[in-house]
Design a protein around this ligand. Structure first.
Ligand code: FMN
Length: 270
């Protein structure tokens, strides 16, 4: 039997295209089969593009930020190359530029940074919008309250802690083992954790240092191997209300101390 002549790209009664078969009824609106086929192909291409965009968006969500700890929003992030730096800050003068002075430079050095604030510092930085910005740059929630026992730990485990600025209150309490808020809980535990270096910058005035218990507190911290950034070369003391109205904290000295203590810990592993 002779085969019926068919236009190229068709079999009897059906048009073939990569998008699938179409019946000749597509001609009824004045659209040719080939045009219909093109339209279907274009639709598929658009869908493919949408799918690729969606896959890329999901991948970006999953890999954004640093560290392998849980992120707000449920994604996970990969660790900084130097490890996790626990930054603890308190309600002391100069805490406001914490992000630009310490957190962003530490991230640039390869740290994943997890910030914890005392409740007072949390109030200060929430009020001026810095808490949100800290969360945005670190990709982790800023902690200023303890978690419920049923909640997952919001931060990855820190390899090193820095307490800056540390109020006189936040020098005295960990030195005596007090841990009555989340920031103190982390610092007090770190003081007794082998292999986790701790750097403390006390943001204090001359009156704080003349307190009869001050020397004991500093000695207790040093006994726990804490690197205390303290002394006239790095932080000259002023009487209360007599110092400069605005004084930048010694962020560079603090960052260098972090690098120094972690390099030392790496040279003398447990
Ligand atoms: C505007 C302001 C600035 C302060 N600056 C300091 C400071 O530089 N150093 C300090 O030890 N205390 C400072 N204090 C007092 C502390 O905020 C206060 O002792 C507080 O209880 C510390 O709480 P925290 O250690 O839990 O953050 C300041 C208080 C205020 C209101």
């Amino acid at each position: 039997m002779e085969k019926e002549a068919q236009p190229p790209g068709t079999v009897k009664g059906t048009t073939l295209c990569a998008a699938g078969p179409h019946t000749p009824s597509m001609r009824t609106t004045g659209t040719t089969v080939t045009e219909g086929c093109r339209a279907v192909r274009k639709g598929f291409r658009d869908q493919q593009r949408l799918l690729i965009v969606a896959v890329v968006a999901v991948l970006l969500c999953c890999t954004a930020g640093r560290g392998d700890g849980p992120m707000r929003g449920g994604g996970t992030v990969s660790a900084g190359s130097r490890g996790v730096l626990g930054v603890v800050s308190t309600a002391a003068d100069g805490v406001e530029p914490l992000r630009t002075g310490l957190v962003e430079p530490a991230i640039a050095l390869g740290w994943q940074v997890a910030v914890t604030l005392t409740p007072n510092a949390g109030q200060w930085l929430r009020a001026n919008g810095e808490l949100d910005r800290l969360e945005a740059v670190t990709g982790l929630p800023v902690r200023d309250t303890p978690r419920l026992p049923t909640e997952a730990r919001p931060h990855p485990v820190a390899n090193c802690y820095v307490v800056a600025p540390a109020s006189a209150n936040h020098v005295a309490k960990p030195a005596t083992g007090i841990a009555d808020n989340q920031a103190l809980t982390q610092v007090s535990e770190a003081l007794g954790t082998i292999g986790v270096p701790v750097v403390v910058f006390p943001q204090v005035n001359a009156a704080h240092v003349r307190h009869p218990a001050w020397d004991r507190h500093i000695a207790a911290l040093r006994k726990a191997d804490v690197e205390v950034i303290h002394g006239p070369d790095v932080w000259p003391l002023h009487e209360p209300r007599e110092g400069p109205a605005v004084r930048q904290l010694p962020w560079t000295a603090i960052t260098e101390s972090i690098q120094h203590v972690t390099a030392r810990a790496a040279r003398h592993p447990l």
